[in-house]
Structures are given as C-alpha cells and as structure tokens.
Design a protein around this ligand. Structure first.
Ligand SMILES: Cc1ncc(COP(=O)(O)O)c(C=O)c1O
Length: 437
C-alpha cells in the first residue's frame, strides 16, 4: 500500500487532471500500479506506462509512472526516453525537511552588523546576510544530514544507529531523527565534551576523534543490525560525498534566496570548518561560479604558533586518517596531534577530502580565527542582532574583521553561514567573559 501511495505522488498529474473522468484517472493510476509487471495499461483516453529506473546512487530503484495522451508526449517523453524521474526517498526527504526540520531557513539581512562594519571601515562595507541554519529543528545544520541518513538506515531495514558527536549537535539531531523513525540510537561523546547528561550517550575518554573511533568499533561489532551515521564530511568514500550531498540544500537555498533578494549571487560566502560539512553544504552549489569567493574559517585555538589549535588546512600536512587521505594535524613521525578549540565541534585533526582538494586547487580560501576572536564574535552578534551563534559558527563571524577591508566596494554581498545556535555555549562564554573577565 505504501508503494502505491508513493507512486501516486510521482504521477505526472498534469495529464491525469486534463483527461478522462475522475474515475478513469484514478483507475489509470491504480491499474498502472497493480499491473506494473505487464508494463502498459490502456484506459479510454490515457496510455499509462510504468518504467522501473536503473539503480540510482545510494537509493534503491526509483519508480516512475508516466502518463501520455494519444497525441502528445509533453510529459517530457521522447519515445521511450526522457520523462520525469524522482526517487521515492528524495520525495519523502524533501517533505520531511520542510515539515519536521523547518526548511527553508531564512537568509537574513543583518543590518546592524553591516552598519558596524561600515562604520569601522570608513563608511564602506558590504551588506552582510546570515544563513540561519541555527533555526533548524535541534538547532544546527547537522539535522539535514542526520535525518537523510536515518531514513536510509530505516529503508534498508536496519534497526539501530551508532554515531559520535563533538559539540553534541550531531548527536542531538541523530537521536531526534531516530526517535521520529523508530530506530534505536547510541551516541558516543567524549567526557570533556559532555556538558549535559543524556540517557543515550556513551561517555568516552579523550576528544571527538576518540568518540569517533569508539563509534566505529561499536558499529563493526554489530554490522548486521546497525548503521554508522556519520555527521562529518570525513572518513572513507562514500561518507564525505554523502554528507556533502545532504548538506548541499544550504547552498541551493542560498542561491535561490539571493536571486529573490537582490537578483544576484553572493560575492563572498563564509563558513566555519570543523570537518567541513556546513562549509561544503554552502560551497558546493557555487563551486563553478568563479565570481563567488568561498572562504572557510578554521579554529586557531590559542594561536597559530601555540601548538594548541585545530587549523588542519592552514597548518596541517597530507596523510591518512579514519580511512581517507586529507590534510591532517600530525607530527614529524606521522602521529596525530590532539587538536584544540574553544568550540568542541571544531576539534578534529583531519578535514574533508573535498575541502583539501578545494584548497589545493585554489578554488576556496582558508583562514583562521582564535578562541578569543570567536568569543568576541559571539558577543558582537548577540549585542547587534540578538542572535547567539554556536561557538563553531562564531569563528565564521570572527573573520569579518579581516575580510571586510579586502572587499572592493560598498555593493558587496557577504553571506555568513550560522551553522548552529549558541545556547549550548552560553555557559562557556559566561565563564570566560563575565566570571573571569
Ligand atoms: C553548529 C556546528 N557548526 C559547525 C560544526 C563543525 O562541523 P562541520 O565542519 O562538519 O560543519 C559543528 C560540529 O559539531 C557544529 O555543531
């Protein structure tokens, strides 16, 4: 029955609405579904063809029903070619992103922040827009990917999901998506990252990289039943591509919203880089628009020369970690250096292989913000816009101080991705900026 319903939504309704009585139209669809193995069904005014599609990446066979009239093929068919194919999983995903996650997220014109930088820069400064990923259900961009992968886990018949989280945002998103879909969920989180207790979190010594390793171990012990749901754009293929693909909704929406708001594209896009999932989600759509500057901001922790940092692309070398080649923080013997950042989600010694490639090809620029600069940016956004970003996202706002003076004119449009909301970080900011000021 579920299949019938899903197929019904894929039918090109245009033709069903135009031709035949209601009963005939309904019967065309039902017969097409019921007799799909026979391939073709004739009803008085319609020829209904059912065509299974060859395997699509990541998704089980998509199904299509194409309705053609006797004298037209304007369903986009050329003989047996063409048509309109939509994988069932994507149709479900789009609806759930809208109704459960709350997409699309706004592209907000931050007027007071823009004024602040104009005043600082001799009256010249860009219009700054904020992509509000912090407004997603559970408070970050992590939900885009967690939901999509949890749907895959369910679709392939697995009962439980294992994952690791640094900032807690991916863990929260995964736990919520699993609850919604009736899947069991185990989240690994490093003890030092755990600011809140949660009944379904397994505590691990070390930091996010250790929680990630522990999640891999747990998953490998129960491959039959469990799904490893990565929230990071790292690890072996196809994980980085899959995560980027599910996050690319951010950039796609941004392109559409920029067109609506100023009838153009952003001149500069800024995103923080922990492992790279929110940055790639933003950048991917614009990679071939070479007039759009792509700026990734890594965490410089206590400073680039301090040895206590997470600036993998800016300071690291190439190596293999967690199953793929990318830039890494490693010593001369190839041993991993423990990363540091005030933002738990930025603390990872590797980085997305796709971002490593964008660095080497020169298509994207990478720079850094320190812990203190991120704290300043957090406070600034709270005071000027009443938006409190996660400390991870605060790194991308911090870079505006250095970026704005490099922009050619007053007309520039800068979009900053606010990857998550900052209530989880309020105690840290309070401690650093008020208690110990
Ligand atoms: C809100 C938020 N932003 C950014 C990041 C960094 O991760 P990524 O670079 O994969 O987007 C995290 C990681 O946990 C996060 O929680």
């Amino acid at each position: 029955m579920t299949t019938c319903k899903l197929q019904g939504t894929i039918v090109n309704n245009q033709f069903i609405q135009k031709k035949g009585t209601l009963k005939e139209r309904a019967s065309a669809v039902v017969q097409a579904v019921v007799t799909r193995d026979k391939f073709k069904v004739k009803v008085p005014t319609l020829t209904t063809t059912y065509t299974p599609l060859p395997i699509l990446p990541l998704i089980e066979k998509a199904k299509e029903i194409i309705v053609e009239t006797e004298n037209t093929n304007s369903a986009g068919k050329f003989g047996r070619f063409g048509g309109k194919f939509i994988p069932e999983t994507l149709a479900e995903l789009a609806t759930t992103l809208r109704d459960y996650v709350g997409r699309e997220t706004p592209l907000y014109h931050a007027q007071r922040l823009s004024e602040y930088y104009k005043n600082k820069n001799g009256g010249i400064g860009p219009d700054i827009y904020i992509k509000r990923e912090d407004l997603n259900h559970t408070g970050s961009h992590k939900m885009n990917n967690a939901l999509a992968q949890a749907m895959i886990a369910k679709r392939i018949g697995l009962k439980s999901v294992v994952t690791a989280t640094g900032s807690g945002q991916h863990g929260l998103a995964t736990a919520s998506a699993c609850a919604k879909l009736g899947l069991q969920c185990t989240v690994f989180m490093a003890a030092k990252d755990m600011e809140r207790q949660s009944s379904n979190v397994e505590v691990v010594d070390g930091c996010f990289k250790d929680a990630s390793s522990e999640a891999f171990r747990c998953w490998v012990g129960d491959l039959e039943n469990s799904y490893h749901l990565t929230g990071s754009a790292v690890g072996p293929h196809p994980c980085p591509t899959m995560v980027r693909e599910f996050q690319s909704v951010i950039g796609k929406e941004t392109r559409k919203q920029a067109l609506e708001k100023w009838n153009g594209k952003p001149d500069v896009i800024v995103a923080c880089v922990g492992t790279g999932s929110n940055a790639l989600g933003m950048f991917h759509e614009f990679i071939y628009d070479t007039d759009v500057r792509l700026v990734g901001v890594e965490a410089a922790g206590l400073g680039l020369e301090s040895g206590r940092l997470s600036s993998t692309l800016v300071k690291g070398d190439v190596g293999v970690y967690h199953g793929a080649i990318s830039y890494l923080l490693q010593d001369d013997d190839g041993q991993i250096i423990n990363p540091h950042s005030i933002a738990a989600g930025m603390e990872y010694p590797g980085v997305s292989p796709e971002l490593s490639f964008l660095k080497e090809s020169g298509r994207a620029e990478f720079c850094v913000a320190t812990d203190e600069e991120a704290l300043d940016a957090y406070e600034r956004l709270c005071k000027l816009e009443g938006i409190y970003p996660s400390l991870e996202a605060a790194h991308s706002f911090a870079i505006l101080d250095k970026l704005v003076p490099t922009l050619p004119n007053d007309k520039s449009k800068v979009v900053v991705n606010c990857s998550g909301r900052g209530d989880k970080d309020a105690p840290i900011v309070f401690d650093r900026r008020i208690l110990h000021a």
